[in-house]
Design a binder for this molecule. Structure first.
Ligand SMILES: *[C@@H]1O[C@H](CO)[C@@H](O)[C@H](O)[C@H]1NC(C)=O
Length: 301
């Protein structure tokens, strides 16, 4: 059984192989599966290698977290079935972060204490990743997230003026807000010809990040942020609607999730504001229309 941290053999060599197999499946979002059995004729004489998974397995985001877990379980099973890492059996250790940063950090510490750990998949939330990064980097454990979009995770807290990759062990398989926000701004100003945009965010890590990336890019493509507001998702949109209407926007960009965006869109329509609402992947959800989203609203994903 390997005892060293990354950089010593066999850990690092085996790591690449095993995680490549797992990530390929997590990324394509394969569905259900049961945990890893070993094909009878594989050589597993060198022991077991553990792949950790940290995801929201309970709570509001459980459907996302269980999707991640089922995908990883299936990938590990398939890797074991085809003897993907000669000499070793692969196993998954799943931990529930409940979409809570401190719970995620504690889960990372628990996993890092296992000498057979070769890498960690997850988490889903950027806020959780921010707390997990240091723990796993200190332990020289590679971490691959399929869901986090906050720019600072790989570019530091001043991503434009002083980009800094603080944690070499952190990787992700989704585009960051620095891609999605600007793409939305370019579309709005250049293709939809809607240049006066009211920008609203829910004030959370994801919403604030994508809203500010949108605003920065809008200015560079000839648009104007006519008002910039924070609207917590649980608050009534009424107050924001007045301010938005007075700013006479061509469009409203919402940084946040569909449960906040839908009611805002409905309230805007009720107040006679015809400007469409646009948002990122957080509003691209069938629940958006049910929550009040209007015909003509736009989303990027
Ligand atoms: C986790 O991510 C989801 C989906 O993006 C979001 O609704 C939720 O607010 C996030 N939670 C935290 C603690 O960041």
């Amino acid at each position: 059984m390997p005892r060293g941290r990354a950089g010593t053999t066999p850990r690092s060599g085996v790591l690449t192989l095993a995680l490549t197999a797992v990530v390929a499946l997590v990324v394509t979002g394969c569905g259900s599966g049961s945990g890893g059995g070993t094909a009878a004729d594989c050589d597993t004489s060198r022991g077991t290698l553990v792949v950790g998974l940290v995801a929201p397995l309970t709570g509001e985001l459980a459907s996302v977290g269980l999707g991640m877990k089922n995908s990883a379980d299936l990938a590990i099973k398939e890797a074991n079935d085809r003897c993907a890492v000669p000499g070793y059996h692969l196993a998954i250790q799943s931990q529930d972060d409940r979409a809570d940063p401190r719970t995620g950090a504690a889960a990372a510490r628990t996993l890092a204490g296992d000498p057979s750990l070769i890498g960690v998949l997850g988490p889903f939330n950027s806020s959780v990743a921010l707390e997990m990064q240091r723990v796993l980097a200190d332990a020289s454990i590679v971490e691959i997230s399929p869901g986090t979009t906050a720019v600072q995770l790989t570019r530091g807290s001043n991503p434009v003026t002083a980009p800094l990759r603080q944690y070499q062990s952190f990787f992700r398989t989704v585009a960051t807000d620095a891609v999605q926000g600007p793409a939305a701004a370019a579309y709005m100003a250049e293709q939809a010809d809607r240049r006066r945009v009211a920008v609203v965010s829910d004030g959370k890590t994801y919403g604030e990040g994508i809203a500010s990336e949108f605003g920065k890019q809008l200015a560079t493509v000839g648009g104007t942020v006519v008002t910039r507001l924070q609207l917590p998702p649980e608050a009534s949109p009424a107050a924001a609607v007045g301010a938005i209407a007075r700013s006479r926007p061509d469009a409203v960009f919402y940084g946040g999730e569909y449960p906040g965006a839908g009611p805002l869109s409905r309230a805007l329509g009720a107040a006679g504001v015809t400007a469409p609402v646009m948002g990122g992947d957080g509003i691209v959800n069938p629940g958006y229309v049910a929550a009040g989203g209007r015909e003509g609203d736009l989303g990027t994903s």
